[in-house]
Design a protein around this ligand. Structure first.
Ligand SMILES: NC(=O)c1ccc[n+]([C@@H]2O[C@H](COP(=O)([O-])OP(=O)(O)OC[C@H]3O[C@@H](n4cnc5c(N)ncnc54)[C@H](O)[C@@H]3O)[C@@H](O)[C@H]2O)c1
Length: 259
């Protein structure tokens, strides 16, 4: 006998970073729709509050907190806030990320930010009977990116792309390491590797028709992904349906990495 979909996360409290937009917002909404209480964290506090509003309108339970994932003290405070507000915490979605920034900022947010969440989350869950951590990696965590930025002129090579790819490969590595280290405490650590998804992060690239067509052509399903399709995978990995899944990076990419 399975559990009804709308109650799959009934006994869960989830902290979602980057919950103010795109994949994080869609996931916070999905978690709440499946019964979780959700703390929506974002460096853009107003955006996180907007997500809480959407969840409340749909009858779900959520709260917001301002959080810069690069700041370990703020990460700890977000955990305290979740426990204060909802009595416990057992799901962490390390999802906040940026694209198109320079090396140090990209590494700080996309790699150190995830590490900060893992450090706090893995220890907290280990001390509290277990939990599920999900990291947002990328297809750029599994292979180098081909794209419109690939050029015949070495002077035009964009170093920001390398920073993004390095950070996301790092997230895949951290996912494995924390899964191996904390599995014995009932802590599952997995990652999702999205293909190109229709969110504000990709808005600029999608605004150019030729670039959008090119990006679509990289996905065998013949289209870009929607944030709700990443949210569906995150919700599965958060739930007890994924109780024996630990240390994987799940591509949710329309076949991008199968090519
Ligand atoms: N959109 C895509 O095509 C795609 C593909 C693969 C992976 N990803 C990854 O998915 C994640 C979410 O991306 P998205 O497309 O939803 O982007 P988005 O820009 O729509 O949302 C990102 C959110 O993260 C927040 N954020 C940025 N820096 C932060 C920080 N230091 N602390 C806390 N919050 C911060 C932003 O305010 C924003 O609300 C990122 O990790 C991104 O790298 C996206």
């Amino acid at each position: 006998m399975g559990t009804a979909l709308d109650s799959r996360l009934n006994d869960k409290v989830a902290l979602v970073t980057g919950a103010g937009s795109g994949i994080g917002r869609a996931s916070a909404i999905r978690f709440a729709a499946e019964g979780a209480k959700v703390l929506c964290a974002d460096i853009d506090t107003q955006a996180a509050e907007g997500t809480v509003g959407l969840i409340a309108e749909a009858g779900g339970a959520a709260d917001s907190v301002g959080l810069d994932v690069t700041d370990q003290a703020q990460m700890e405070a977000a955990f305290e806030r979740a426990v204060e507000q909802f009595g416990k915490l057992n799901v962490l979605f390390n999802n906040a990320g940026i694209a198109g920034s320079e090396w140090q900022q990209t590494i700080d947010v996309n790699l150190t930010g995830v590490h900060n969440g893992l450090l706090r989350g893995a220890k907290f869950f280990a001390a509290n009977g277990g939990g599920s951590i999900i990291n947002t990696a990328s297809v750029a965590g599994l292979a180098g990116l081909t794209g419109p930025h690939v050029t015949d002129d070495p002077d035009e090579i964009q170093p920001n792309v390398g920073a993004y790819v390095a950070a996301k490969h790092g997230v895949v590595g951290l996912t494995k390491q924390f899964a191996v280290t904390f599995g014995r405490f009932g802590v599952r650590v997995n990652a999702i590797a999205p293909g190109y998804i229709v969110t504000p992060m990709t808005a600029e690239a999608r605004s150019d028709d030729a670039t959008e067509e090119y990006l679509i052509s990289l996905h065998p399903l013949g289209r870009l992904g929607q944030p709700e399709e990443i949210a569906a995978a995150a919700s599965f990995l958060a739930s007890d349906d994924a109780s024996f899944i630990n240390g994987v990076t799940l591509p949710v990419d329309g076949g991008y990495t199968a090519r």
